[in-house]
Ligand binder design. Sequence first.
Ligand SMILES: *Cc1c(COP(=O)(O)O)cnc(C)c1O
Length: 414
Amino acid sequence: MNDKKKSAYIIHPSTAVISQGYDPALSVGSARPAVFRSSTYVFSSPEAAEKAFATALGKREPIEGENIELIYARLSHPNAEILETHLLSIEPNSKAAAVFNSGMAAISSIFMTFSKPGHTTLFSSPIYGGTHHLIHEMLTPMGYNVQPFFAGDTKNMCEKIRASKNLDFIFIETPSNPTLRMTDIEACVAEAKKHPDQPLVIIDNTFMGPAFQHPLQLGADMTVYSATKFLSGFSDMLGGVILGTNKSHIQKLQGTRALLGNILQPDECWMLDSRLPLVAMRMNRSSKNAEHIVKALKKHHAIEEILYPTEFRDEDQKKIWEKQCDFAGSIFSIRLKGGKAKAFNVLRKLELIRNAVSLGGVESLACHPATTTHSEMSAEDQKTYGVDDSLVRFSVGIEDWEDILHDIERALEA
Ligand SMILES: *Cc1c(COP(=O)(O)O)cnc(C)c1O
């Protein structure tokens, strides 16, 4: 292979996630990164300190390849930098990343950075309970105009975008939590491009990414993850990640992070870093499990409806899913005949599947969104957005699917 061909060859994400993003020379040759727990960093000279501060405060632009010394761990630290480089390998089209100490820390930092009081932002509804709470309990009282559109309703989304003035960004969670409605990312990007304010498009990709949905390839500006879920995968840590196509957006977020003090700590960075190579394998296995389980359950007499991509009846929803995602994912919800009483009974009778919120771990979990994760929604909003009392949400893990199916079937009969 000549050099030209060599440089044109782009390795696959599954290889990049193992081979890229970490230089052993920076950790005395250690095959895995060391953990740097220091809160403060020693400067090689006062001039180096001056340069580090001027760069961190945005008074000068760093020159490509230049060595800028670390300052203080709330701004950044080696394990955050290693993880941020490593994360680029799992998100096609990403140019920079910022890590936070939870998904909500990442999402709040997005609002604090890119929306202005008096300006408008739009979000898909229903949405993760914490994000919903942030919007209604904090941002709205602070004077931010944050408006919902119907998740999955392209016409409603585009109308809202066109009608909004001083539009800073559009925040989409797709598929939606817990109703699994798919919102068309490309359609949103196309409408945003036509808007005079050039609003950013930001996707909460926690449910399908990074394995099955690639928003930055579809034109979105940023993706955000609760790394607490699939990225870390073992329900044993909190974390948040933002990836973007534009370095300056991520630098702004890192600036907000330095002020709010919500950077992911060194030990957690190290843990998350070691989980990344297996994300795609775990997600593939649990998605296949969920597909088997849904297929077996779909005619069950106790079930009114299964909310899961392979079961979409709405043609628009089917189309969005087919063009936007590679697989169906491992989250599904069921509407039970018999309302809340039946839903609670099913949760009580599950033995292998634990009744807990959260998702994306190797273990299967189930919860009742209307009274837990989405209990902050008003009764009216719950009705409007389909988060009713009969709904139970499942996150399928990597167990043997037949055992999980058996557990659900037994609980449904009890
Ligand atoms: C869990 C979750 C969040 C919040 O993440 P935390 O790590 O719990 O702060 C945001 N969005 C979605 C879709 C989630 O599932």
